[in-house]
Design a protein around this ligand. Structure first.
Ligand SMILES: [Fe+2]
Length: 574
């Protein structure tokens, strides 16, 4: 049975994923092809074409198309909650009550058009809409591989109306325990503060989280932003998650917070520095998110966690690795699986896996995210030869040993091999790498390419043989979705990848999921004594991750990087 999952329902992060008989054969974000981060307002045309091509199937072979956005009936408390809480913006409230599925039908129309345009056939194929949070839940639970009863968490900005989901999975079925609805959204609250701190929603949340350890959460009391007790919470939408006239406006742009927030906290932050009091605000909002989420998780899922210790988690907030570290530390937790494509791109996998399960075809455990396009060495050479300027390249005899030597000499390199990663993290196939033992390497990467804020941490990829010693845990971490406390004795050995608070957001690399990357780490261990590299995604600031060899060349020649390894060739600058 062939199931195509499509996302793009909430106006950003369009993507496609393809299941054949329960096996995830391809998944990719539209942004990678369009070279437009988050592909806002786009449907996943190129992504769908790639999935078909990768699987070697024709459009008519698809049995089911699943979409992570569903109709919400008037009997559901969702629309009533939304209307009640938006009394101050009557147009919104009335729309929710009288035409609450307007967006669904707009989405539906877009999907049907895509299906016809690509020859899949809107009339022929079975169309399965899946509630947004069920899609997130499925992307976590069904791909976790957990066999025992599993607590499920979904936290994001919002889908149709739901913002937060607590439930459990048992025997391949997902059960809802509790949902919260807009404007009561933890992701929305964090996103509003992200905007206030001068960052863009969708990407800036990571920056707020990275800034938080520099600040002191006790200097400002943020408890007025949320009222959380007895398993309920209400966001203060006089301050954040505001709509309509209540929004703060500046230079014609409306923000998800009110002018009252400015009156309370002062002007919005500007620039690239980590400065007071903004670092304390970042610390406070992070602290508030952690406290509230942990309280709710304990309230709704505490019993299941005590019973089996297994948790599956998705939604944009699941990329908050600091909160995840605290979830792992909750009493009784044995293993937390975070869907690596936790934000909305991952709902393509979520909807497809849900539809497959419902059709009686269980899906496999997720083993890796190398689900995008790959290119042969010959294709890389062809891209070099056809490039708009002369490219100096040479074949490497021993790719990993030679690359490790360049790294061990203190140089950053761009590293392109195998199938592109699905989700926001580069995990060794489209990466910029450095030796974490060389002090100043992070600054060199920033100077040569990333141009990101100097205070933001870089992260390590670690051999599975040394990870338990460095991270002081046996908890799996294949996708950089958690931080761990770094062993004291290792902090000075790999200073470039340890954050201000002594943690690292680590990827543990295994041989069977990425043999070439594993071999590179082994070569690094031989040369430096440390089986670790600094790993950041292969792109320039504000651009999506590199997809093709030509994208890699564009990025390389648009930066000051000196080395680019693509499959078996080494490209250098003259
Ligand atoms: Fe979402």
């Amino acid at each position: 049975m062939i199931v195509l999952g499509l996302s793009g329902a909430v106006n950003h992060d369009a993507s496609a994923a393809l299941y054949i008989d329960g096996k995830l054969v391809a998944a990719v974000e539209e942004e990678r092809f369009l070279r437009d981060k988050h592909a806002k307002g786009k449907m996943p045309y190129e992504a769908t074409k790639f999935c078909l091509e990768q699987a070697g199937i024709t459009p008519e072979q698809i049995d089911i198309v699943a979409f992570p956005y569903a109709e919400i009936g008037l009997k559901s408390p969702a629309r009533w909650h939304y209307a009640k809480r938006h009394w101050y913006a009557p147009d919104r409230a009335l729309t929710a009550l009288f035409s609450g599925n307007r967006r669904y039908w707009r989405n539906h129309q877009n999907v049907m058009k895509l299906l016809d345009d690509l020859g899949i056939g809107a009339d022929r194929v079975k169309f399965v809409p899946v509630e947004h949070h069920l899609a997130h839940a499925s992307s976590a639970y069904h791909l976790s591989g957990f066999k025992e009863k599993t607590a499920i968490i979904g936290i994001d900005g919002k889908g149709e109306y739901a913002t937060t989901f607590f439930g459990y999975g048992e025997n391949g079925r997902i059960h809802k325990i509790k949902e919260f609805y807009d404007p009561d959204s933890l992701g929305g609250m964090y996103g509003a503060l992200t905007e206030y701190l001068g960052f863009e929603m969708l990407d800036g949340e990571f920056k707020v989280m990275g800034m938080a350890p520099y600040g002191d959460p006790s200097r400002f009391d943020f408890s007025r932003l949320i009222d959380c007790k007895d398993g309920n919470f209400k966001v203060n939408n006089k301050l954040v998650n505001t709509v309509g006239l209540r929004r703060h406006k500046k230079n014609g742009k409306g923000y998800f917070f009110s002018s009252d927030l400015i009156d309370w906290l002062g002007p919005m932050r500007e620039g690239d520095e980590k400065d007071e009091p903004y670092i304390d605000y970042a610390a406070s909002i992070q602290d508030l998110l952690e406290k509230t989420a942990l309280q709710l998780i304990d309230h709704y899922l505490g019993d299941i966690i005590k019973e089996t210790g297994k948790i599956a988690y998705a939604g944009g907030v699941a990329l908050n690795v600091k909160l995840n570290q605290r979830i792992i530390a909750m009493p009784g937790v044995k293993e937390l699986f975070v869907q690596p494509a936790a934000s909305d791109a991952g709902t393509a996998i979520g909807a497809a896996s849900y539809a497959s399960q419902m059709a009686g075809v269980p899906v496999e455990k997720m083993e890796h995210v190398y689900l995008g396009p790959a290119y042969t060495t010959e294709q890389c050479i062809e891209a070099c030869d056809n490039y708009e300027q002369p490219v100096t390249w040479q074949r490497m005899n021993n790719v990993t040993a030679e690359t490790a030597q360049i790294l061990a000499d203190g140089n950053p390199i761009s590293w392109f091999q195998g199938r592109m990663e699905f989700g926001p993290r580069a995990l060794g196939n489209r990466s910029i790498l450095g030796s974490p033992s060389h002090s100043g390497v992070a600054d060199r990467i920033n100077a040569q390419i990333k141009y990101r804020e100097r205070w933001r941490p870089f992260c390590p990829s670690i051999l599975d043989t040394v990870a338990p010693e460095i991270l002081q845990t046996d908890h799996p971490s294949p996708y950089m979705t958690f931080t761990f406390d770094v062993n004291e004795s290792w902090k000075s050995r790999i200073p470039e990848v340890v954050h201000e608070d002594g943690t690292a957001r680590a990827q543990i690399v295994t041989q069977h999921t990425n043999p070439r990357y594993y071999s590179l780490l082994q070569e690094m261990e031989k040369l430096t004594g440390n089986g670790v590299v600094l790993n950041t995604s292969l792109n320039r600031r504000g651009e999506p991750m590199v997809c093709s060899p030509t994208d890699a060349l564009n990025m390389f020649f648009g930066s000051d990087l000196q080395y680019l390894v693509m499959e078996d060739i080494l490209i250098t600058k003259q």
